[in-house]
Design a protein around this ligand. Structure first.
Ligand code: NAP
Length: 302
């Protein structure tokens, strides 16, 4: 795409191969009149940032979740928004299964055990748990939730899910009509719902208690979906068995207490972070921008 003069990049363009297409602005400290299109990844665009760019007409996100964008203000101002669904689904689902296996087989801890030279001194480490033969519950059977369910099949005795209504795509799986009912049933609960106010704290203290001392929580959705202090307290005193986490409430900061726990596997929000997928996300951003500047229908509007 030729470099349009009225385009800005809000943050992290290099991760998506997008550094060549426009100027980088920190809209919190830099007003940008004349800019009509913005590209943003994880940090999003809030109302104050839209205020700083009074001519803005398009926000092209290089993420699928748009919980960090003030969608209401954008709609009121006639600003179109696009995201990058589908192209990242496989990677995020792969990571969810990877975390499930890592937590059960204690892969991060085993790696550290070898690196620290403890094997010859202490002999083999404590036994891990089986990754297969579990009831796997998926919270949110959207695009990523469905991809997780397909991958989970060889590991699961049964697969269950919660969505606000039973979904046609879930007819092979067991439906539970609340997050609590799903957690009471599941051995492993994998969180795959959207973020934002509608799902904040959906994995509540009660849901965590229901999952229990033998239960595992996997979160590849958003940190806001889980009551993080309740999760950490339960992991610390054994009321929750284990957790595999790609996302946190206040990224990039991870609570100190979580870092000290043995029963967790931690990943720094890497769900879509492969070269292949980031290239595909960058291309979709460019295709949406090209459509916008050509006055054509946007490919993936939200
Ligand atoms: P999607 O197809 O839109 O699915 C969203 C799911 O969230 C649906 O199952 C939907 O349930 C559920 N949901 C939405 N609002 C809800 C509410 N208020 N209460 C209960 N459930 C609600 O999206 P997707 O492509 O699968 O992506 C899902 C999320 O994964 C994204 O929004 C993003 O936050 C996260 N994600 C994380 C990474 C990462 O790097 N870790 C990467 C990509 C995406 P219904 O069936 O009831 O509508």
């Amino acid at each position: 795409m030729p470099k349009p003069p009225l385009l800005m990049l809000v943050e992290q363009p290099d991760l998506f191969g997008l550094h060549h297409i426009g100027e980088h602005y920190d809209l919190r400290s830099q007003p940008a009149p004349g800019i009509v299109a913005a590209v943003s990844s994880g940090n999003g665009v809030d109302a104050a940032m839209m205020e700083a760019a009074p001519d803005l007409k398009m926000i092209a996100l290089s993420v699928v979740g748009y919980d960090k964008v003030d969608v209401e203000t954008a709609r009121a101002r006639g600003i179109a928004i696009t995201n990058t669904p589908d192209v990242l689904t496989d990677d995020v689902a792969d990571l969810a299964i990877g975390l499930m296996i890592s937590v059960a087989r204690r892969l991060p801890q085993q790696d550290l055990f070898v690196r620290e030279g403890r094997w010859p001194l202490e002999g083999p480490p404590a036994l891990a748990r089986r990754a297969s033969g579990r009831r796997i519950g998926i919270l949110g059977l959207g695009r990523i939730g469905q991809a997780i369910a397909r991958r989970a099949q060889p590991f699961a005795t049964e697969i269950g899910y919660y969505s606000r209504q039973p979904r046609a795509e879930g007819k092979e799986y067991i439906y539970r009509d609340s997050p609590l009912a799903l957690a009471e049933w599941a051995d492993v609960l994998i969180v795959a719902v959207s973020g934002g106010p509608g799902t904040a704290g959906l994995v509540s203290h009660a849901v965590i208690e229901a999952l229990g001392p033998d239960g595992t929580l996997i979160n590849i959705a958003r940190g806001s979906v889980v009551d993080e202090p309740a999760m950490i307290a339960a992991l610390t005193d054994g009321r929750l068995g284990a957790a595999g986490l790609d996302v946190f409430a206040h990224e990039p900061n991870v609570p100190e207490a979580l870092l000290r726990l043995e029963n967790v596997a931690l990943v720094p929000h890497q769900g879509s972070a492969t070269r292949e997928t980031r290239a595909a996300m960058g291309k979709l951003v460019l295709d949406n921008l090209a459509a916008f500047f050509a006055g054509k229908p946007l490919l993936t509007p939200i």
